[in-house]
Design a protein around this ligand. Structure first.
Ligand SMILES: [Fe+2]
Length: 461
């Protein structure tokens, strides 16, 4: 074990202020320990040839888990978020597990680019944040550029612009509507207008609507959310200015509600207290002109600029009263959490359960050892510890037991990295008994760097 393998949290020495971290390559925690890149692209058809599975994989768990993350191939990027995308695919079929990892072969990899080499070119994406499957395509996503299409073997097809119709970036957090099959998304820009555009693709993947939404200023907008009839946008004050992005509470904060097939100028805005949100848990309509939006709310991220990641959020609920024009803001819990997921079949509908990653401490970036299941109906929380001190969770995802299975009938699939062994394992948890022992733990043949997001793609869909 090298010294580097033990470094999993950013430095917190008093002499290293958050301002120093902004673009300070000496503080490049994002290329150290399990934040750092892996060098090899490998294919392992049967991971049990490398290490045995603990427990037993459930018969009903058949499909692919594909994750994306930051994996700079050469020079050190100026921010964790800027490394080139590498996708990791874990296929489970008939109890056999295979693994492969591949760079998304964008110009970032081919030319070892930094993000400032790519400004203004929509195709020049690091494609490093998430993946989505829609309209027969698998897309690698990042929020400032076009998506990049992958084939089923995770080979790179190329930048995808919806047959020439998409002329803005695409968020890494599009929503697939489980009722209509539509793909709803947005693109934000900060160097040229429009600052925000809403897009809707039909179930076949054809872009059918694009609506410019006026914003008073360019802001970083990482996620949004949908309900049965609405899209909800987060105009929160991580504002782009002369020195890049930074938190500016004086800019105010608003939630924008737009009918999913409405015109951009029909959006209604609702004031909230200034804050930061990377990720929405879910949202739904209550039937009495209210929209409930659950979020991981951070009091103030990037207060000292884009390198300032030293704050974490916890679970909050915004209840938008469409008739009164107000938002009721309520903290639901005080555990430091993020990377929220629900059963994807309930996106935009009322989901009872949410699965969130434990971030360990509230005052700095890092990953704790637990996965939490929140019962949003009664407020209770059940936690699963993946291995205690020195073991770090990733984003959990839910894999249903079948297409018609009940909401908690299935498994929570989550990676965990163990500092002591430098091994990343796939943990399969019973969603209905998440506090119980893992159903199966699958050591992977290569560590997976802490990254952003992934999705479970069931074999039966
Ligand atoms: Fe994200």
């Amino acid at each position: 074990m090298t010294d580097e393998a033990t470094v999993v949290d950013p430095p917190t020495e008093p002499e290293t202020s958050v301002r120093d971290l902004r673009f300070d390559r000496s503080a490049r925690w994002w290329v150290r320990g399990n934040y750092g890149p892996v060098a090899e692209e490998i294919t392992v058809d049967d991971v049990t040839a490398v290490a045995p599975i603990e427990g037993q994989l459930p018969d009903g768990l058949q499909g692919s888990y594909v994750r994306n993350g930051f994996n700079p191939p050469g020079r050190v990027p100026r921010h964790w978020f800027f490394g080139a995308g590498m996708v990791h695919g874990i296929d489970i079929a008939e109890g056999r597990v295979s693994y492969r990892n591949r760079y998304v072969r964008t110009p970032f990899v081919e030319h070892d680019m930094d993000v400032f080499d790519a400004v203004g070119d929509l195709r020049a994406s690091p494609a490093n944040t998430s993946v989505v499957r829609h309209g027969g395509r698998l897309l690698a996503l990042e929020e400032a550029h076009l998506p990049w299409e992958l084939d089923d073997g995770l080979g790179t097809v190329g930048a995808f612009d919806f047959d020439g119709l998409l002329d803005t970036p695409m968020t890494a957090h599009p929503k697939v509507c489980p009722r209509t099959g539509e793909l709803l998304f947005f693109g934000y820009q900060f160097l040229r207008q429009p600052w925000l555009t809403y897009h809707r693709a039909d179930a076949s993947g054809r872009l059918v609507q694009s609506e410019v939404i006026e914003l008073p200023r360019p802001v970083m907008m990482h996620d949004f959310t949908i309900t049965e009839h609405h899209a909800v946008f987060l105009d929160l004050p991580i504002v782009f200015g002369g020195t890049g992005f930074g938190f500016d509470p004086d800019a105010g904060a608003r939630l924008g509600v737009l009918a999913r097939n409405g015109r951009g100028d029909e959006i209604r805005w609702f004031e909230v207290e200034p804050c930061s949100v990377f990720h929405v848990v879910n949202s739904f309509e209550t039937g009495d002109e209210q929209i409930v939006v659950d979020v991981c709310r951070i009091p103030a991220l990037m207060r000292e600029g884009m390198g300032d990641m030293g704050a974490q959020g916890c679970l909050w609920r915004w209840t938008i009263d469409l008739a009164a024009g107000t938002v009721h803001e309520q903290q639901l819990d005080d555990r430091p959490v993020d990377f929220p997921r629900i059963d994807d079949r309930l996106v935009g509908l009322e989901a009872r359960y949410a699965y969130l990653a434990d971030l360990g401490r509230a005052d700095r970036l890092g990953f704790g050892s637990q996965v939490h299941r929140y019962d949003l109906a009664d407020g209770s929380v059940v936690s699963h510890d993946l291995g205690g001190e020195g073991v770090h969770t990733f984003e959990p995802v839910f894999a249903p037991a079948g297409p018609d299975a009940a909401e908690d009938d299935g498994w929570v699939v989550v990676l965990a990295h163990d500092d002591a062994t430098d091994v990343t394992s796939l943990h399969v948890l019973d969603a209905a008994d998440i506090g119980g022992e893992a159903v199966a733990v699958v050591p992977l043949p290569q560590r997976v760097p802490f990254g952003a997001h992934g999705n479970w793609f069931p074999a039966d869909v």
